[in-house]
Design a protein around this ligand. Structure first.
Ligand SMILES: *[C@@H]1O[C@H](CO)[C@@H](O)[C@H](O)[C@H]1NC(C)=O
Ligand SMILES: *[C@@H]1O[C@H](CO)[C@@H](O)[C@H](O)[C@H]1NC(C)=O
Ligand SMILES: *[C@@H]1O[C@H](CO)[C@@H](O)[C@H](O)[C@H]1NC(C)=O
Ligand SMILES: *[C@@H]1O[C@H](CO)[C@@H](O)[C@H](O)[C@H]1NC(C)=O
Ligand SMILES: *[C@@H]1O[C@H](CO)[C@@H](O)[C@H](O)[C@H]1NC(C)=O
Ligand SMILES: [Ca+2]
Length: 527
């Protein structure tokens, strides 16, 4: 009977049906129309949608096969873990299967052979979707609970991690934290990260198997011990900063730091009885859809909100295209009992008294100008309604004003252009000699070398004289005996010394070498 009551109470908040519809067809004085409400999906068993990772590699027992024993029978080490034998293997997936009554299936780690080196294991659960916890996380350990462990969470698909709860048989010794109980938290500390000793002490491996992260006890701080006053909880979730996020996760990680000891110290002569074994991880929660969806489906390997209110995205976190006249907002639990949908509005609708075309979530009133203006326009936009492109960007003619790609970078060539601005079609303003939309080309009769320079020589008008050859329009390579920009000048005429000595000796080996050397010094000839 007691069990039945507990079960009923347990289901109460999930079955209450508040916020479970997004819209309904109603008849008013003005005729029938849709009415919209804040809505959220039902809570689900989240272990059915999770991917798991166990670290480090090789922490799962059975490869190679090994023996272990339990704390009950510490000297009868006849149990075997063998990864290659399905009956004796203990892979990670056994933490998420459904078990027949009485037959526990579990993941198991290697034993603590390397003592005193710590036996560490991470179990990481990932959903690739933000989840709002609605009930306790319950981890079931076979053969004893860890004496030290930590629960961590991520809100950004595993990029950053934060402690969620610490567990130890001695919190002070393990984490230098005083032991606290969730039941003793108050309204102002409901989202405190604490260390608890409730789930780590040895009570005989058969008796106490579960480690909890207490979501219900925290809810009860606001909703009362039976969670009857959910309205108060919803009000608090909406108003208390950070409270909603506290119950939101995309990933969870159990860091197992020291196994059950079955006593006060480790028996070095029998390390086969120290290991971790987890038979089940229960996570109950709902997809976070920002109160814009009441359905969440498993598609292409990930959970996705079925967004209403003209929102879109995995979490309904933005407005649909052409519904961005008002900036996106999450729905709200308030006012009770139906909340506010905060739906996205069609472009051009009467809702938009300050349109930002979806490039800003904030408007601000400027007193002395008496205008409302968008603040911090994103996507490289600017202007009162984020309707212009920032300097250095131009309007993408194939994109709507509310498109994230509406502004394209000018990308002017830094050397070839006057500045990094461009006209409406993306053309930059070029320095003399440069051309092309981005000013990275040269006009005819110019050559590129850190900018455009007029040709020194070419094959038409600026011919190199006296058999000189034009090198990349930059200079004439002159034959011995001639110099000048176009090799137009004979060395003989320029400098009488070149002609000294016997006539006709011009071109003797010595002079040629000297000439080449001179050219080389000027960097004109590569030998
Ligand atoms: C477990 O994860 C933490 C980060 O959350 C990391 O620092 C640690 O090295 C990991 N331990 C193992 C055994 O992989
Ligand atoms: C995560 O979900 C997004 C959106 O549904 C999807 O595009 C992406 O491929 C998923 N990533 C993984 C690793 O499953
Ligand atoms: C969303 O847009 C459709 C038109 O495509 C409209 O009929 C509907 O009422 C809109 N919903 C909301 C919540 O604004
Ligand atoms: C212009 O906008 C369209 C539509 O959004 C987009 O597909 C395209 O990539 C954008 N062009 C550039 C250069 O960003
Ligand atoms: C932008 O500049 C290019 C090159 O000067 C020109 O052809 C084009 O017409 C200009 N576009 C506009 C809208 O002024
Ligand atoms: Ca199991």
């Amino acid at each position: 009977m007691l069990y039945l009551v507990a079960l009923l109470l347990h289901c109460l908040p999930l079955a209450m049906g508040q916020y479970d519809i997004c819209k309904s067809w109603v008849t008013t004085d003005d005729g029938p129309s849709w009415e919209f409400y804040a809505c959220q999906p039902k809570a689900m068993r989240m272990k059915d949608y999770v991917t798991v990772r166990v670290d480090p590699a090789g922490i799962t027992c059975g490869d190679p096969p090994e023996r272990f024993c339990t704390h009950e029978n510490p000297y009868l080490c006849s149990d075997e873990c063998d990864a290659s034998n399905p009956d004796l293997a203990h892979p990670p997936k056994l933490m998420f299967d459904s078990e027949d009554e009485g037959l526990a299936t579990y993941w198991q780690s290697v034993t603590w052979r390397r003592y005193p080196e710590p036996l560490l294991a991470n179990i990481t659960l990932s959903w690739n979707k933000s989840i709002e916890l609605t009930d306790d996380i319950v981890i079931t350990f076979e053969y004893g609970r860890p004496t030290i462990m930590m629960l961590e969470k991520s809100l950004d698909n595993g990029r950053t991690w934060h402690p969620y709860q610490y567990y130890a048989d001695d919190c002070m010794e393990a984490f230098s934290m005083p032991a606290r109980r969730v039941r003793d938290l108050s309204t102002t500390s409901a989202n405190r990260v604490l260390c608890t000793e409730e789930y780590s002490r040895w009570a005989g491996s058969k008796k106490e198997k579960t480690v909890r992260f207490e979501v219900r006890d925290r809810f009860a701080i606001f909703a009362g011990p039976d969670l009857k006053n959910m309205d108060n909880l919803y009000t608090r979730l909406e108003s208390a900063k950070g409270l909603k996020d506290f119950f939101t996760v995309t990933d969870l990680r159990m860091r197992l730091l020291r196994p059950a000891l079955g006593g006060t110290y480790v028996q070095r002569e029998n390390l086969y009885k120290y290991f971790y074994a987890v038979s089940n991880i229960e996570v109950t929660g709902r997809c976070k859809c920002n109160l814009h969806a009441n359905l969440c489906t498993f598609k292409e390997g990930s959970l996705q909100c079925e967004c209403e209110h003209n929102t879109t995205g995995q979490d309904c976190g933005k407005c649909k295209k052409n519904f961005r006249s008002r900036s996106w907002r999450a729905g709200s639990y308030l006012p009770l009992p139906n909340g506010s949908p905060n739906a996205c509005a069609a472009a051009g609708s009467a809702f938009g008294n300050c349109e930002c075309y979806g490039h800003s979530n904030r408007c601000s009133y400027i007193d002395f100008l008496n205008v409302v203006t968008c603040v911090s326009c994103k996507h490289n936009t600017r202007g009162q309604h984020c309707q212009h492109c920032r300097l250095g960007f131009y309007r993408n003619s194939s994109a709507e004003l509310d498109d994230e790609n509406v502004c394209i970078e000018c990308n002017c060539n830094q050397i070839g252009s006057m500045h990094d601005r461009c006209n409406e079609t993306g053309y930059c303003e070029c320095k003399e000699g440069a051309t092309g939309p981005k000013c990275d080309d040269c006009l005819p009769n110019y050559y590129w070398r850190q900018g455009c320079f007029p040709n020194v020589c070419d094959d038409e008008l600026l011919l190199c004289q006296n058999g000189g050859t034009c090198y990349q329009n930059q200079r004439c390579v002159c034959p011995v005996g001639f110099k000048g920009v176009l090799c137009q000048q004979s060395r003989c005429e320029a400098d009488k010394k070149d002609c000294d000595g016997a006539p006709g000796v011009r071109g003797s080996l010595g002079t040629i070498l000297l000439g080449v050397l001179a050219l080389q010094l000027r960097g004109w000839v590569d030998l």
